[in-house]
Design a protein around this ligand. Structure first.
Ligand code: ADP
Ligand code: MG
Length: 582
């Protein structure tokens, strides 16, 4: 038999390896920015087109490269930053693996201009899929410009795998936020589709955070500072009121490198115990400085994971420091031994008015009449699962009972079965179909707010808002937008009783739900989000009219079985199911 094991050609192995470093446009931006920082730049300009799918360009005023270095920078494992393996463990630069430019240039079209001196003494190189196709002298001033065009043009499977512009831009923004927050000594500008989104001059960390996230974050920043033998902590945690439903405000930096760490997230979150509503995540900008010999950055090519020598001690240091700074600002509950423990109210109930316990007696209730008698004498063949809406509605009008259990489910009967409906999911479905209808027919009804609501949008929120503006209009929102101040004047009637500010924040903050590759349109995203936010919640007591209304509306829906997120809305128990239980 002939031999079959062969060594892959370099272009193929490079493309495969590139997948680890370059997952999406935002990973390219991260690597280019890190290179500019390592080159001692003081000004960096970022230019993005079509969420980075067509262009990611980074221009810096850093050290620049010689012609020879420009050539070698695209070769795998070519780096100016380390000489031996020992250097990896005391690394202070952002890069060291020498694989980013090689990876990027093997899966895109790259144009690089660079110069080490001020006087128009630059050089230009163009590379397509890893091969130099053009080079010449250029009049580029000191620094480097790298244009990365048409990412994954030669790996169609990967290009198709890219998410919608909405999602990719979110990732790009996230990378930019991380780098800009941790390098407040550098001036940045960020241009997206020819519009300047950020111009950040050199400024203090606090000012940098405010410039990026908007004025409204200022009053929520609580400084954290702790020096210990193991690590020095610095930065800000955000007051519990500023907690979000996503983790988008969680920033951790170790020796100024942005990292992801579940155990650090956990350590901080547990300091917030009892201060946050369920489903909300605290926000923080935590800078940990420690001896580089005590950490290992070389865990994964994207360098966002770190191994710590002593993670248990670090866990407790962070946990107690965050508690301490929340305590100083008198946010965490103060221990009071005099206080009667039984008077403690959980955070979720703190803002609710006490309810007077009620006893409801239904004088009509006859436990033997839940099923109408007919159903007991029906033939087995009739006792099939009944999902037929008309069957249920008709039956409601006759003698079936509808009642609520556990403040969560509505129980109803059809001629042949018992139906248990999840009230929250049912209402989501009803609202979802209603919202979609209003969007497509532009037929929504608006309710004017007594007091218009003003919301300061952050820059990224503004970009996203502009994308969904048509849907927003057709849903029945009436608003004014001047610069980044959004004033909501009227809202769709279905949303009347909701916290609109929270809702908008939620819509413009969600990075996961909207995904074109799953055939979702903005309308669908919007309708889903709104119906989720405004549906009747689990735990809400409903009166009998509301229960009946919900059941009837559900079964008039086009698709009463599944919630907008494809969860089962109700279950049916027929006679057999019940008998089998005995
Ligand atoms: P690494 O950053 O791990 O060294 P890269 O592939 O990202 O590897 O870059 C390769 C080399 O190219 C760097 O070591 C550096 O010498 C040079 N280089 C890349 N970008 C720049 C830049 N913007 N300014 C100056 N030199 C750069
Ligand atoms: Mg690099």
């Amino acid at each position: 038999m002939s031999d079959i094991v062969k060594i892959l050609p370099i272009e193929v192995s490079n493309k495969i390896a590139a997948g680890e470093v370059v997952q999406r446009p935002s990973s390219v931006l991260k690597e280019l920015l890190e290179n500019s920082i390592d080159a001692n730049s003081t000004k960096i300009k970022v230019i993005i087109k079509n969420a980075g799918k067509n262009l990611i360009q980074v221009i810096d005023d850093g050290d620049g490269m010689s012609i020879k270095d420009m050539h070698s920078s695209f070769i795998k494992h070519a780096t100016s930053k380390i000489n031996s393996i020992d250097d990896v463990f005391s690394i202070s630069s952002m890069g060291f693996r020498g694989e980013a430019l090689a990876a990027i240039s093997s899966v895109s079209m790259v144009e690089m201009s660079s110069s080490k001196v001020l006087e128009n003494d630059g050089y230009f190189i163009e590379i397509n899929g890893g091969k130099i196709i053009k080079e010449k002298e250029s009049n580029f001033d000191k620094g480097t410009s790298i244009k990365v065009k048409n990412i994954f043009f030669n790996v169609p499977a990967r290009r198709n795998f890219l998410k919608s512009d909405f999602v990719e831009l979110r990732h790009i923004m996230n990378v930019f936020h991380n780098i800009a927050v941790s390098h407040n000594e550098i001036e940045f500008s960020f241009i997206n589709n020819d519009e300047e989104i950020f111009y950040l001059k050199k400024e203090s960390l606090k000012k940098r955070i405010i410039s990026i996230f908007g004025e409204k974050i200022r009053e929520h920043l609580i400084p954290i500072k702790e020096n210990t033998q193991i690590a020095n902590l610095n930065g800000y945690v955000l007051k519990p009121e500023y907690a979000k439903k996503s983790r988008s405000n969680q920033f951790i930096f170790v020796n100024n490198r942005s990292i992801k760490s579940q155990f650090i997230n956990h350590s901080i979150s547990s300091s917030f115990d009892g201060l946050l509503r369920e489903g909300y995540f605290p926000g923080y900008f935590l800078f940990i400085n420690m001896n580089p010999l005590k950490i290992d950055v070389n865990v994964h090519p994207n360098k966002t994971e770190i191994k710590f020598d002593d993670d248990q001690s670090l866990y407790s240091i962070i946990n107690s420091s965050v508690k301490h700074c929340l305590g100083i600002y008198q946010i965490s509950p103060v221990l009071d031994f005099e206080k009667d423990q039984s008077m403690d109210i959980s955070y979720t109930q703190i803002n609710e008015n006490p309810k007077i316990p009620t006893i409801e007696v239904d004088s009509e209730f006859n436990p033997f009449k839940i099923f109408n008698e007919e159903s007991f004498i029906k033939k087995d063949s009739d006792i099939a699962l009944s999902n037929n809406p008309s069957d249920i509605i008709q039956d409601n009008n006759k003698s079936s009972k509808i009642f609520q259990i556990f403040n969560k489910y509505i129980v109803s009967t059809s001629t042949s079965s018992l139906i248990i409906i999840n009230q929250n999911l049912a209402h989501q479905r009803i609202l979802y179909e209603g919202f979609l209808k209003s969007i497509f027919e532009s037929s929504s009804e608006s309710q004017k707010l007594v007091f218009p609501i003003e919301i300061m949008l952050t820059k990224p929120q503004l970009i996203l808002f502009k994308k969904i503006i048509t849907e927003f209009d057709s849903m029945g929102f009436v608003y004014k937008l001047s610069d980044s101040l959004l004033t909501i004047i009227s809202v769709p009637v279905q949303l009347e009783n909701n916290s609109i500010e929270e809702l908008i924040d939620d819509i413009l903050d969600d990075e996961n739900d909207f995904d074109k590759s799953k055939n979702l349109s903005y309308s669908d995203f919007f309708a889903k989000k709104l119906s989720k936010c405004s549906a009747i919640k689990t735990g809400k007591n409903l009166n009998s009219d509301e229960q009946e209304f919900l059941v009837n509306q559900l079964f008039s829906c086009k698709e009463p079985n599944l919630s907008p997120d494809n969860k089962q809305i109700f279950i049916t128990l027929n006679k057999n199911d019940i008998e089998n239980r005995f």
